[in-house]
Design a protein around this ligand. Sequence first.
Ligand code: GUN
Length: 297
Amino acid sequence: MKIIDGKALAQKIKNDVKKHIFENYIAKVKKAPCLVCIIVGEDKASKVYVNSKRRACEECGIGSQIYQLPEDTSKNYLIDFLQKLNNDDNVSGILVQLPLPKELDKYRNEIINTISPEKDVDCLTYQNLGKMYSGEHLIAPCTSTGIIKIIENENYNLDGKDVVVVGRSLLVGKSVATLLQGKNATVTACHSHTQNLKDKCQKADVLVVAVGKSKMITKDYIKNGAFVVDVGINRTEDGLVGDVDFDNVKDSCSYITPVPGGVGPLTVACLMENTVLLHENRLKLQKNCETEMDIDN
Ligand code: GUN
């Protein structure tokens, strides 16, 4: 059994981003990409996550701006705010940290889809999700990208494997299921209404769990030798724990991601990559547009 070191893999990705930023921006005295994170309200976990995103930007040489908006921010204010960021040429990526406060969450889709797809680093706008479902994507949601990187970093071949994903959120479950299908895995997408969940999980060569229920997956859910990816981060009296009962399950699997130190660090590292990818894609689009204007003239 191997315990995956998500921190080490994330560090390797961030080091590559840092090197890229140094060589292509700092050394050439060019303005580096810039990520904007918005938190609305006082969710403690969100503040911790956004702080780690800010630190990662600093580490990689990416600019960052954090906006902390009050809990009672109106939908119109937030939409107006996002439109200004869309129009700001210095902004490469925009991220609205989820969850939103209850009042605003009713308008979550409208809010997220105000972000220009060219700056949507989370890959949550309809346009970017559509591209992902069509297999034409430049980026994918950060956590789902991180999960694929974790599996591929072990040289584990997903082709033809039976994968069970538990959880159907847009941020993780739905998108990771799509990416896994893109790797030719056979994916079973399970959720809170799934019948005989245990039986289905027992057939999984790879089990990805993203439901937010502490230690719900015990060894009776695990096929011997499975690759287990735990996406849950649950704050309990025992500290941070995953959706998988790690101590109970670990001897039954061939690979397992711990919590903390598994998938979490990859989310942040992939966000750095997405920011650079979107920045450079926008520069390319602007350049193409200028060339077309030259031709027209
Ligand atoms: N909340 C938890 N994870 C994420 C994430 O990856 N992106 C955003 N925007 N909110 C989150």
